[in-house]
Design a protein around this ligand. Structure first.
Ligand code: PLP
Length: 378
């Protein structure tokens, strides 16, 4: 058997939708993008949604509308995909790396609080591999210190916190539709916001700062001469992507339920391995299990990379746990001397195991018995 670590779920509906959109001749920033935005906003419960080319460009625009610029500091977890920190660096601000809570892999509110300085402008929290961060704690922290709260929800489409979908809790929430996430448009992203002023500026910035969009100009019966109101970007989503996204969104709740069924089987099957720490949803937290990460604690005598190799030898693909940004070459110079022991340990001892839809019973059982065998619990 050969089992990948992840796989997008794409079918006839997505293919047909892309095909039909191509034949309409409107292939970017058009009616399908508008429809996808409306549906995504309705799904999350956010008043507004703005489609962008990917989550990283979405985070970049979020930084701009939040007023983050040169000289500012933004607190974020180091233990995240590196794009989290990069979006802060794009606007000339400094990512200030905070520790995570090792049980959730999410940014630790107390550690974040200790890193606030007079230059701190915002806190960028991450719902790591789909598990919501403690939004309420960060809301309080940001309100106390006059900071902007931004959510990197790249992995968290379909996750929920305190009974409400991720996307509905704060002013700037950025999602990814990369194939490694729960739903995909090839590449793509979405920003949800509750603020009309942010919504207007985000729409401007993603399309070169143009005062009218192509659809309005196209539908107008009078000549419109556009202006470019500020230096913007080309961060558009295409209608072909949006057409796929509309179909993927229709499947999202089902995909999440299927992912959770597999996750619950893993949780049951590995519960007796004493040195294994498994993901756990605290009260009010609902994860889409974008990834399933297991942690080998300090009583485990097996080397993490050796476990990954042994699983690969069985045909079971895995990935290292979520990376730490401060140890990547791109940040080493800026972060010289920075030690984040919890993040480093959690990253170095974690393994992401296969979870995708559809995963057959045989595949799930094969992963379970493979992991148990490699860890000496055959
Ligand atoms: C995937 C990911 C991103 C980047 O998303 P793209 O759509 O590829 O730009 C950013 N942050 C986190 C936490 C991610 O997992």
């Amino acid at each position: 058997m050969k089992i990948p670590v992840a796989r997008p779920y794409l079918g006839e509906a997505e293919a047909r939708s892309a095909y039909e959109t191509i034949l309409t001749n409107w292939v970017t920033q058009g009616p399908k993008v508008a429809e996808f935005e409306e549906r995504f906003a309705a799904y999350t419960g956010a008043p507004y949604a703005v489609a962008v080319s990917n989550c990283t460009t979405g985070l970049h625009l979020a930084m701009i509308v939040a007023g983050v610029g040169a000289g500012d500091e933004v607190i974020c977890p180091s233990m995240s995909y590196i794009a989290t920190a990069n979006a802060i660096a794009y606007v000339g601000a400094t990512p200030v790396f905070a520790e995570v809570d090792s049980a959730t892999c999410n940014i630790d509110p107390d550690d974040a609080r200790s890193r606030i300085t007079p230059r701190t402008k915002a806190i960028l929290i991450v719902h790591q591999i789909g598990m919501p961060a403690d939004i309420a704690a960060f809301r309080t922290l940001c309100d106390e210190h006059g900071l902007v709260l931004i959510e990197d929800a790249a992995c968290a489409a379909g996750s929920a916190y305190m009974g409400k979908k991720i996307g509905s809790h704060s002013d700037l929430v950025c999602f990814s539709f990369h194939p490694r996430k729960v739903i995909t448009t090839g590449d793509g992203g979405m920003i949800t916001t509750s603020r009309k002023d942010y919504y207007d500026r985000l729409r401007l910035l993603r399309q070169h700062g143009m005062s009218v969009n192509d659809r309005v100009r196209h539908l107008s019966t009078t000549v419109i001469i556009e202006d470019h109101l500020e230096i913007g970007y080309n961060y558009r989503m295409t209608d072909i992507q949006a057409a796929v996204g509309i179909q993927q969104l229709a499947r999202l709740d089902w995909l999440v339920e299927e992912r959770r069924k597999i996750a619950f089987r893993y949780l049951g099957a590995f519960a007796d391995i004493p040195f294994l720490r498994l993901p756990r949803e605290r009260e009010g937290y609902f994860t889409n299990y974008q990834s399933f990460s297991i942690y080998l604690d300090h009583t485990c005598t097996f080397d993490r990379n050796a476990v990954m190799q042994a699983l690969l030898d069985l045909g079971i693909s895995t990935r290292r746990g979520v990376m730490t940004s401060h140890r990547e070459t791109a940040y080493q110079e800026r972060c010289a001397g920075l030690r984040l022991p919890v993040s480093e340990d959690t990253s170095d001892r974690s393994i992401v195991i296969p979870l995708y839809v559809p995963m057959t019973d045989e595949e799930v059982e094969y992963v379970i018995s493979g992991v148990r065998a490699v860890l000496g619990f055959a």
